[in-house]
Design a protein around this ligand. Structure first.
Ligand code: ADP
Ligand code: GLC
Length: 487
């Protein structure tokens, strides 16, 4: 199975969120299953290509890419994902990709990802490499299935190529104005009212891809159901319902080499389910890092997150003060994003200087240290397509406290005081009250060490690796191919 994997971020090269973790781990897992994978992404200014062992692809120098009636010339850097056979092609065009961040609100945001997608086709054509499937991720690659049938429909190289579009977050749809249709090189009549490119008057890369892809997937089973409802479909639920028979939920895995407390080089002490006392030195080191006092009687809650409305910190806002007053508990936060959420955590730190530690910014080592050192992990997301941090938390014996939605519902099972099962804590209603009582239930169980250990062990002993999910993707690739070839 030959797979063209198109993504806008990938560890260890560039990351803002979970898509990068998935792009860095799924393709190698597919390669282990015998797939030949070529991965395409932009060469952002922040990627130190030489450090990652990339070489300049001489044979692709000044590769022409047609965009909005003009030709843009790009270069390409070639390398592999660490410890794997996955080939990586970084599309190099500094005027578009050397910006302060991976994503922008700049007026040429559409062009940045149109060039990525056309460049992927141009590279495949140059090598006469015909993939069996194009696996496009999110709106930034959402037009790959459309281009496959329109702009490149004439090229017999791709006649056997099927497409799969994966939705990592329906909240981001790639919405642009009418001028973008021309930039994309697509026919205006596809953009008429009710046409496949048009969504409430805007040109939506994601909607277009959803209609053209042979199959569609998202990153957990529950989210696959949720997005077909008005409440969670972000306006695309009707479109998704029409794709119902071709829409699948495959839960993300985690990279168990990078996220394993037994071997993690970034944490103070390694530990396993059998040596859970090893969490204590990690907790001490974590508190020291945040300048907070260590008190063996105080559990620590951790947060690692993009600070956006999706993540549900508005639920925490009204209850954090009361919680700090009624419970002996500490909180450490790592994240950045919306100013109002950053300010809320800043306030909490000033109001409870011995109890709340906040780091506004991005730090991979600190993320590992929070997973290892915290007792419990907070993830009150309003919606969560999959979520990786709750799985990292389970693997690190850091009991997750989550809103029961999307991938959180599929991975975290509420502890039952009576029945004695569950691997964490979850609540149904997205209300401050429900979050408050759930945190208090968790803190109360923490004071019963034997039961707490049992919950920790259940999380640590389960398998969240990619192996099962990668097999499901491979099945889905075959399904896409069969659908496309009319088998
Ligand atoms: P999303 O993709 O919606 O942000 P996920 O839970 O799928 O949510 O993935 C988030 C990923 O980004 C995790 O690997 C998490 O550790 C990482 N992450 C988020 N914010 C930060 C941060 N400020 N510093 C380091 N890592 C972060
Ligand atoms: C998105 C989602 C997150 C998911 C990640 C990787 O960013 O918000 O829930 O885990 O993509 O699929």
């Amino acid at each position: 199975m030959k797979v063209c994997y198109v993504t806008s971020e990938c560890v260890p090269f560039a990351k803002t969120g979970g898509l990068a973790d998935v792009s860095g781990a799924l393709p190698p897992a597919l390669a282990e299953l015998g797939c030949e994978v070529k991965l395409f992404m932009p060469l952002y200014g922040s990627i130190p290509v030489q450090e990652h062992g990339f070489v300049f692809a001489q044979d692709l120098r000044d590769l022409p890419v047609r965009i909005g009636g003009r030709t843009v010339h790009v270069n390409v850097w070639y390398g592999t994902l660490p410890d794997s056979d996955v080939e990586v092609y970084l599309v190099d065009h500094p005027p578009l990709y050397h910006r302060g961040s991976l994503y922008t609100d700049d007026p040429d945001e559409d062009e940045r990802f149109l060039v990525l997608q056309h460049a992927a086709f141009a590279i495949m054509q140059r090598y006469a490499w015909a993939p069996d499937v194009i696996h496009a991720n999110d709106w930034q690659a959402g037009l790959m299935p459309v281009f496959l049938r329109s702009s490149y429909g004439w090229d017999s190289l791709f006649s056997g190529t099927a497409s799969l579009l994966s939705i990592h977050n329906i909240g981001y749809q790639g919405l642009f104005g009418a001028h973008s249709v021309h930039r994309a090189g697509l026919a205006d009549d596809l953009f008429r009212d009710g046409g496949p490119l048009s969504h409430n008057g805007a040109f939506s890369f994601l909607k277009a891809g959803l209609l053209y892809a042979d199959t569609v997937s998202t990153v957990s089973e529950t989210y696959a159901h949720e997005i077909q409802s008005e409440r969670h479909g972000a306006g695309l639920d009707a479109v998704l319902r029409t794709r119902g028979p071709d829409l699948f939920g495959i839960r993300n895995g985690i990279d168990t080499t990078a996220w394993n407390p037994a071997t993690d080089p970034l944490i103070a002490q390694n530990y396993t389910a059998a040596t859970l006392d090893g969490k204590r030195p990690n907790k001490i080191a974590l508190l020291e890092r945040f300048g907070l006092p260590f008190d063996p009687e105080m559990p620590v809650l951790g947060v690692i997150s993009r600070l956006t409305g999706q993540k549900g910190f508005d639920l925490l806002q009204p209850v954090l003060g009361p919680l700090m007053q009624e419970e002996r508990v500490q909180l450490v936060v790592l994240g950045s994003g919306d100013r109002t959420i950053e300010e809320f955590f800043g306030w909490a730190q000033r109001a409870f200087p011995e109890r709340v530690g906040v780091y506004i910014g991005y730090s991979d080592p600190l993320a590992h240290q929070i997973e290892a050192g915290a007792d419990a992990f907070l993830m009150p997301s309003h919606y969560e397509p999959c979520g990786l941090n709750q799985m990292y938390s389970l693997a690190y014996g850091t009991v997750p406290i989550v809103h029961r939605t999307g991938g959180l519902a599929d991975t975290v099972h509420d502890w039952h005081e009576m029945g004695g099962h569950g691997n964490g804590f979850s609540f149904w209603d997205a209300t401050p009250h429900a979050l408050h009582t759930t945190i208090r239930r968790a803190l109360s169980l923490w004071r019963t060490p034997a039961a707490w250990r049992e919950v920790q062990r259940r999380g640590m002993e389960a398998d969240y690796s990619w192996s099962g999910s990668a097999e499901k993707y491979l099945d889905l690739y075959w399904r896409s191919v069969h659908r496309h070839r009319g088998v």
